[in-house]
Unconditional design. Sequence first.
Lengths: 367, 126
Amino acid sequence: MEIKKTSLNKLHQSNNAKFVEFAGYEMPIQYSKGIIEEHKFTRSHSGIFDVSHMGQLFIYGDESLTEELEKIFPLDLKNLKQNCSKYSFLMNEDAGIYDDLIITKIEKGYLIILNAACKDKDFEILSNLLGTKFKMNLDNNRSLIAIQGPKSVEILNSIITGVDQLNFMSGNWFDSDNKKLFVTRSGYTGEDGFEISISNDKAEKFVENLIEKGAQLIGLGARDTLRLEAGLCLYGHELDINKTPVEANLKWAISKSRLSNGDFIGSKKIMNQMNDGASQIRVGIKPEGRLIAREKTKIFDDADRQIGEITSGTFGPSVNGPIAMGYINKEYSKVDTKILLEVRGKKHPAIVCGLPFYKKSYVKGVN
Amino acid sequence: MSEVKFSKEHEWITVEGDVATIGITKHATEMLGDIVFAELPEKGSNVDKDGSAGVVESTKAASDVYTPVSGEVVDTNQAIVDDPAKINEDPEGSAWFFKLKLKDSSEMDSLMNKEEYDKFAKENAS
């Protein structure tokens, strides 16, 4: 299959991007400054991320759409205000996660942002569940640009006036250059920032404009170190079809009001696990010294019993040390529990720690 | 000091008397990206030509460091373990990895000179 390219591919090339294949797309892993510089620039200034490979699913319908979506997602969508967003999951009957996503209530419908590697399958699953009653569009004509970091609000507001009035996890339509943009205040770095849905033909010029105002392009490499420091899950690593939201320590994302009736897909398993606890749970892990424990590193207790496995591990440039996340047996999941990580045949000490590794600075009280 | 020689695994080596100093090339560091972890062989241990003699890790991945010649490890560079970013800054100078007492100096003969290595690195650049 031919590799897909986003509408910013040429701009990545002219900015000396190193490319990798990701979910069938040619995507920039880094630019000439490298992952650590890009990571730090995002934390101190403003980084631009091309996330156009992700799915933008628009679903339009009457009031029955909200009811139908509540049978799928563990959210109180009836009470979700227009232009507000929620983090959620598409699950099977056993509460195994097909994908994690952000759903935003828009006029006459919903916008759902899906992972690139999952979007086609998600569309198929949702089409089967929703039938033909609603208009569904997995929109390939729009790019998705994230701008993240403390200077982002100032930079973006100088181009799209009014985005500074958005609260975290909310969005709105804006007009720019005679085109409709949908902007949400959200992100995947632990920083204040925005995601902008923009038509493909306007994307390159828009990003050039952001660069002119002082933001810089950031690759997927730094996106990964930023999200890991922020304690955020990456589908295919922390989350997959064999993990549930309770095991992933994401029960905060399940609306309490939906737990009493158990009328969404996967609710039985979720309610059981909420009552009895899950046998394994996602935790933060801090290796001692500088040792990096990568994905699939086995976790042991001091009696040499395997008690878990790492799902992501790298060096955190802002915490200036190695960081990891993984799944561990419940009895070892308490913060400060001493564990051992097997790297290159040797066991190395580490401790279980709270998440995030790097404290978030989201904007909540604008209006 | 001898001419600098290079291996296909992107190590450089210089020899003074019967002691070789080994590190990784600038080209290797450019391919690896930001190095955040280094593990070196133990002093006093013996390493064999083309065998693993350490590890470097970037933010993305771990890579083995191989020794281009056999010998006994007589010194290691603790400075790059304490601050692995030094490897990106000065890979072919102060950020050497380890020193070996050569077992068989004829092992040097199969290694590349600078011109040969530059050509090799260019052809193998990804």
